[in-house]
Ligand binder design. Structure first.
Ligand code: C2E
Ligand code: MG
Ligand code: MG
Ligand code: MG
Length: 279
């Protein structure tokens, strides 16, 4: 719990919180300030094609650099934004920030999709579909270069409404990925209604799977299940090469985690991807 409350980032970057932040310590009004004063930025984390061993996409992860508190984790400030009605402003910011990076990537001659996380409450907001489709036009981004990461919780909150919006987006060519699969409160029945092309296995199953037989069996079964449903599988939280190897043996399509690359500021990430470091 304490660990969750502290924004702990890559030790090599030393982006450790200067003070301890509790959810209570983040004022909802600060979230608005963060948006308006440019304290938020989008970072990118690579997604690897397990068989071919090349980077085929990235996930956009929001970062908030608070002037006094240091880096505040999205795991802390997003729930605050959700609880305070600020979330629609944050969602608007995140759509724009993500599409800007897809557009930057293309300018650099990189052609790969970027995945955007949508809050569990995003589907309750009015005009989400219009915002997304409008954003694609504005940034001149092909719908296939945007992947929406949606959690079970978001879907289950209002299955019909959520599925409806996702169907519209899917019809426009935007792909949908189910994030943190297996840790929500959902029954799998929503998959009957839901146009997902990808399943992300939550890191809580993946990270320790080589040392825990039950985790390994769950990961195996989820991969088979996803493939049966015609979905690609992304394993999250791959922290070492042995786990990556094992996922390859299990026919997992894609992988994400520290063993492949940590999240980095978008500009830095894209520049490095364009000109890979020698060696
Ligand atoms: P998520 O979408 O499941 O993102 C994966 C989280 O796992 C990220 O934490 C990432 O930094 C972390 N991670 C990646 N590889 C590893 C690894 O190998 N080991 C471990 N232990 N962790 C790894 P982050 O960036 O702190 O984000 C936390 C959550 O906040 C995300 O979970 C997502 O639900 C939410 N979030 C982040 N950015 C946004 C955003 O722009 N919009 C919305 N709505 N939610 C966001
Ligand atoms: Mg995600
Ligand atoms: Mg996830
Ligand atoms: Mg997660």
């Amino acid at each position: 719990e304490q660990a969750m409350l502290q924004a702990r980032y890559e030790p090599d970057r030393m982006l450790v919180c200067k003070t301890r932040i509790t959810p209570m310590g983040v004022d909802p009004a600060d979230v608005m300030t963060a948006i308006n004063e440019g304290q938020l930025s989008m970072w990118l984390q690579p997604i690897l094609d397990v068989r071919r061993r090349n980077i085929v996409g990235a996930e956009a992860l929001a970062r908030w650099e608070h002037p006094e508190k240091g880096f505040v984790s999205p795991g802390v400030f997003i729930p605050v934004a959700e609880g305070s009605g600020m979330i629609s402003h944050f969602t608007r910011w995140s759509i724009n920030a993500c599409l800007q990076q897809v557009s930057e990537a293309r300018k650099l001659g990189l052609d790969f999709p970027i995945a955007l996380n949508l809050s569990a409450t995003a589907f309750a907001e009015r005009g989400l579909v219009e915002q997304l489709l409008g954003g694609l036009k504005l940034w001149d981004v092909a719908p296939r270069d945007l992947v929406l990461e949606v959690t079970e919780t978001a879907i289950v909150a209002d299955v019909r409404r959520g599925a409806n919006q996702l169907r519209q987006l899917n019809a426009a060519g935007v792909r949908v990925s189910i994030d943190d699969f297996g840790v929500g409160n959902a029954s799998v029945s929503y998959l009957k209604e839901f146009p997902a092309t990808e399943m992300k296995i939550d890191q809580s199953f993946v990270t320790g799977m080589l040392g825990d037989l039950r985790s390994l069996q769950i990961v195996k079964a989820m991969i088979v299940f996803a493939h049966q449903m015609g979905m690609r599988v992304v394993a999250e939280g791959v922290e070492d090469d042995a786990t990556l190897e094992a996922l390859g043996d299990l026919n997992c399509n894609l992988a994400q985690g520290w063993a492949i690359g940590k999240p980095k500021p978008a500009a830095e990430f894209l520049a490095e991807l364009k000109a890979p470091a020698p060696g």
